[in-house]
Design a protein around this ligand. Structure first.
Ligand code: ZN
Length: 139
């Protein structure tokens, strides 16, 4: 049994638990990336780790608000695994996915819609900011 602290009021879709037999990368600031053990060992997640740190920093500077408590972002492996054989398109797509999901920490989680019919609003903001923030991040 686990016990958790009471959270602030937050949208139900922002609550997540994962039970995994994964390993994680080393930590940079507040970031670690979890994946199957072979993905950690061969460095496929180094890009996701360093890019996540940079994307979050740029978003915090833009919004002038630190985001410390919305910690779990999930991706499919295809969107995160980058190697020296990955085409430029794959690297840019990974950056956009990371920027999109991190943008949701502000647009969708911190500020959320009141009714489901307005879901498009959080997606609209996250999609706009994925491109804007990605343009500010060097790859
Ligand atoms: Zn989205």
């Amino acid at each position: 049994m686990d016990t958790f602290k009471e959270t602030i009021i937050l949208p139900i879709y922002a609550v997540a638990f994962m039970v995994l037999d994964y390993k994680h990368t080393h930590k940079i600031e507040r970031h670690r990336v979890f994946a199957k053990p072979d993905a950690i060992d061969d460095g496929k997640l180094d890009f996701a780790l360093s890019t996540g740190v940079e994307v979050l920093k740029v978003l915090e500077e833009y919004t002038d608000e630190a985001m410390e408590n919305w910690g779990l972002v999930t991706y499919s492996e295809d969107n995160l695994f980058i190697s020296n054989k990955t085409f430029r398109y794959g690297i840019e797509a990974s950056l956009l996915f990371i920027a999109h999901e991190f943008a949701h920490q502000w647009f969708g989680n911190l500020v959320t819609f009141k009714e489901w019919k307005y879901t498009w609003l959080k997606e609209g903001f996250a999609t706009f900011f994925q491109y804007y923030i990605a343009s500010l991040v060097s790859t």
